[in-house]
Design a protein. Structure first.
Length: 149
């Protein structure tokens, strides 16, 4: 039985391990510079983001990390930073459980928009989100500046 629940401090090492697996999957294995202590600080102390986990008999097999964002057009929004399920555990509904929990959090918070990014080559994820009626808009470019602090 898979339990979807809020992440606890004891889950941080498992969540960071899954973040690294995600980076490998997205062909960016050296991009993760986040640490357990930073992740713990950001989720549990600074509360700048939240995480839920998929727990299978005390084994963390997936996670979703999200935070509140804001749109000048819409107002309060929820941003899904990452949703990931271990490769061996995919195709068993775990991703759906995580995503549906994110949707319920967005509805509970009465946000006007739930947003996320998906890589254009990740066809399984694109098809997954389309099942939920997601509008995948490729007319916007993803801009970013990275800092080495």
């Amino acid at each position: 039985m898979i339990l979807i629940r809020e992440a606890k401090p004891k889950d941080i090492s498992a969540v960071l391990r899954l973040i690294r697996e995600l980076a490998d999957f997205e062909r960016e294995p050296k991009a993760v510079v986040n640490t357990e202590s930073e992740l713990h600080q950001h989720i549990f102390k600074d509360k700048i983001c939240n995480a839920i986990v998929a727990d299978d008999n005390n084994e963390i097999i997936g996670f979703a990390l999200y935070y509140n964002s804001y749109s000048t057009w819409k107002g309060k929004c929820l941003y899904l930073e990452d949703l990931y399920v271990q490769e061996a555990r995919r195709k068993h509904g775990v991703g759906a459980l995580l995503f549906e929990k994110i949707i319920s959090i967005a509805e509970y918070q009465k946000v006007r928009r739930l947003e996320w990014l998906v890589l254009d080559w990740n066809q399984p994820a694109i098809q997954f989100y389309k099942k939920y009626g997601a509008n995948l808009d490729n007319s916007w470019l993803n801009g970013k500046i990275e800092f080495n602090n």
